[in-house]
Each structure stands twice: as structure tokens, then as C-alpha cells.
Design a binder for this molecule. Structure first.
Ligand SMILES: [Mg+2]
Length: 266
């Protein structure tokens, strides 16, 4: 009689979720995303699941929001300002020094070289009524448009700057813009963490709702892609293009819908 074979262990998963508009629905009271944490707890009973919050926020803002929203589980990693990588241990962040140092040096160099053109861009944008020009975290020029329609016009007005510096991109989230080097974005950060964890793109999942999520909604980095129903049309189109899951439900419920679709019904 042949010996019964032991079941093949399930491979580890890596989840990269955007925060605002993807996990967090600002209109809901705490606690944060209970159905998402239920799924995560259950799945962790049968395999290793690494979770990243991949956000444009800085640490202070994300940390305070996780506390106030009573997050039941904290992420294993965070990507901050769409470009810095930190491991989370006991609710504290520990930078991934080699990545963050190279990120800082690359941006210092880029913004130094582009300083005159960024000044010119400030002047070019002055005619937009109520457009706020600010100094952003990690970007000498940050923009807050007065409306989504104005943000679309601003995006067009930025084309000369971006043509002059093809290695620079504008990182847009709703009406907010910052600038960054194209090598450092949510997608490259996801890939770097996946490398640290030894998890291939086949077992990576990414979920986002806005334009700053597009670089991680890419099959080079994650084979399972999702967006909640509240995602902007360009994000929905990219997720569809790559055979991802455009959820019928919004924010974290949409994320859970996709997780169940990808991982629990095969
Ligand atoms: Mg978002």
C-alpha cells in the first residue's frame, strides 16, 4: 500500500494595499476594515501572508490614523511617500537603509538639476485660480488643485517639465501632486520588499484606487491585481487590461472580494 502523500504547503503570499480609498473608507467609523483583518487572520492560519501598506502618506500621518482607526493588525512593511521602505516591528518603523539612502540621493540629485525648470513651472501654473503651490514632503514643488477638473488641466500643463526630465514623473493622488524619480514608486517598492521576503510576483497581490497606484498595478510586480469599485476609471482600465479583479464593492470590502476570488475559490 502506498503511503498517503502529505499535502503541498501553500506558498507564502504578499499583499500590497494602498491605504486611503482602498483600505480606509473615510466615511466609516472605526474600527478600520474589520472584514479585511478577518480574511488576513484566517489566511494566516494556513500560510504565511506578508502585508504592506503602500501609501503616499508619511509615517506620522499613517501611524496616527492606524491608532485612531483602531487597526487590529499592523502591516509588516510600509511604503511611505510612495517611495520609502520601512519594516514595521512593534508598531515602529525601521527603514530599509540601502533603499532609502539611494532614494534620497537620487531625488536630491534630480531636484537639484531640475531646480530652474521647477521654478519656471511655478510661474507657468500661477494663472490657475486657487491652485495651491506648496513644498511637499520629499518634493520641492507640491500642488493641490481646486477640483478634479482643474487637476486634469494641471496635469496637461506639467507636460513640458516632464518632457525636459524624462526620469521624473508627477505622482498624482486625486487633486494632490508631487514629483519623484521614476525608479522610486509604489511598484518598484513592492518589488524590493518581495525580493526581501523571497516571494515571487506570482504570489503577490496589489490593490489600489488612484493614479499613484498604477505603478504597482502591474503584472511585473504582482500577478493578482484588484481595485475597489470606487477606483478612478484609469485604474479600473489598467486592472481590467491585466485580467485583474474590478470589485463590485468599494474600499476594503472590494479588496476582500478580490482576495476571496483569487485565493479562496480555486
Ligand atoms: Mg488611494
Amino acid at each position: 500500500m502506498s503511503k498517503p502523500s502529505s499535502p503541498t504547503p501553500l506558498p507564502a503570499l504578499l499583499l500590497s494595499t494602498d491605504f486611503d480609498g482602498t483600505l480606509l473608507d473615510h466615511s466609516l467609523p472605526p474600527p478600520l476594515a474589520p472584514e479585511f483583518f478577518d480574511w488576513l487572520e484566517n489566511e494566516r492560519r494556513r500560510r504565511r501572508v506578508v502585508w504592506i501598506i503602500n501609501t503616499g502618506r508619511d509615517w506620522e500621518s499613517l501611524h496616527d490614523e492606524l491608532i485612531q482607526r483602531q487597526a487590529r493588525i499592523w502591516p509588516d512593511w510600509v511604503v511611505l511617500v510612495e517611495r520609502e521602505i520601512h519594516r514595521i516591528i512593534n508598531q515602529r518603523q525601521e527603514p530599509l537603509p540601502c533603499w532609502n539612502r539611494r532614494c534620497q540621493e537620487t531625488h536630491d540629485d534630480l531636484f537639484h538639476r531640475a531646480a530652474p525648470q521647477l521654478q519656471q513651472t511655478r510661474r507657468d501654473l500661477a494663472h490657475f485660480p486657487d491652485l495651491q503651490l506648496i513644498t511637499d514632503i520629499g518634493s520641492p514643488l507640491g500642488l493641490i488643485a481646486a477640483s478634479p477638473e482643474q487637476a486634469d488641466e494641471v496635469q496637461t500643463a506639467l507636460e513640458p517639465l516632464l518632457r525636459a526630465f524624462p526620469e521624473m514623473h508627477s505622482v498624482r493622488n486625486s487633486v494632490y501632486f508631487r514629483f519623484a524619480h521614476i525608479d522610486f514608486q509604489k511598484g518598484s517598492c513592492l518589488a524590493r520588499i518581495a525580493q526581501e521576503e523571497g516571494i515571487p510576483p506570482e504570489n503577490c497581490f496589489a490593490a489600489g484606487d488612484h493614479l499613484n497606484d498604477l505603478p504597482m498595478l502591474d503584472p511585473r510586480h504582482a500577478h493578482q491585481l484588484c481595485c475597489p469599485s470606487n477606483a478612478v476609471p484609469a485604474v479600473q482600465a489598467q486592472v481590467r487590461l491585466h485580467q485583474g479583479h474590478v470589485s463590485r464593492q468599494s474600499t476594503h470590502l472590494g479588496v476582500v472580494e478580490a482576495l476571496e476570488q483569487f485565493f479562496n475559490f480555486k
